[in-house]
Design a protein around this ligand. Structure first.
Ligand SMILES: Cc1cc2nc3c(=O)[nH]c(=O)nc-3n(C[C@H](O)[C@H](O)[C@H](O)COP(=O)(O)OP(=O)(O)OC[C@H]3O[C@@H](n4cnc5c(N)ncnc54)[C@H](O)[C@@H]3O)c2cc1C
Length: 127
């Protein structure tokens, strides 16, 4: 039976990232188990690939702030082009429920970091 020092269940972005960072930290015996025929058939493969720093929880914001320069230097880190292009991000949200669902400066402040620049734009017409 195969064994490994670290076994990661799921080869989506989270499992793959953990595996990558463990090996970068010196762990040489990492096994990623994926139930599908190949990686990325879960949420990761369906993602539109947007990268942003405004999230509702500090831990998500910190992960994003780590990942943005990582994606920018992805080819340098891995030898593969990630296709990342820093072109800005414009979330458009419904205000029908009485409040916009977007994350913004308030969430950014919760992170205790500077985050990225963001500003709100009021809709001209409410539904
Ligand atoms: C339509 C859509 C658009 C999105 N757009 C964005 C975006 O623009 N930006 C963004 O940051 N996020 C986006 N997301 C969210 C993002 O895709 C997910 O947060 C992220 O991919 C989750 O990664 P994961 O590794 O946790 O899960 P997954 O990618 O789902 O990976 C989990 C893996 O585990 C495997 N697995 C599960 N159980 C087992 C088991 N028992 N044994 C073996 N393997 C198992 C699955 O097959 C799967 O491959 C989007 C999501 C969707 C659906």
């Amino acid at each position: 039976m195969d064994t490994a020092e670290v076994v990661i269940v799921g080869g989506g972005i989270v499992g793959s990232s953990i595996a990558y960072h463990l090996t970068q930290a010196g762990c040489r015996d990492v096994l990623v188990i994926e139930r599908e025929t190949h990686q990325g058939k879960g949420s990761t493969g369906k993602s539109i690939g947007g990268v942003r720093a405004q999230f509702a929880t500090p831990v998500n914001i910190r992960m994003s702030l780590y990942s943005i320069p990582f994606y920018a230097g992805f080819e340098e880190h891995t030898g593969h082009d990630s296709g990342y292009r820093a072109q800005g991000y414009l979330p458009i949200n419904s205000v029908c429920e009485g409040r916009a669902r977007t994350t913004g400066p308030k969430d950014k402040q919760q992170s205790g970091t500077d985050g990225l620049r963001s500003s709100g734009v009021a809709p001209r017409r409410r539904c």
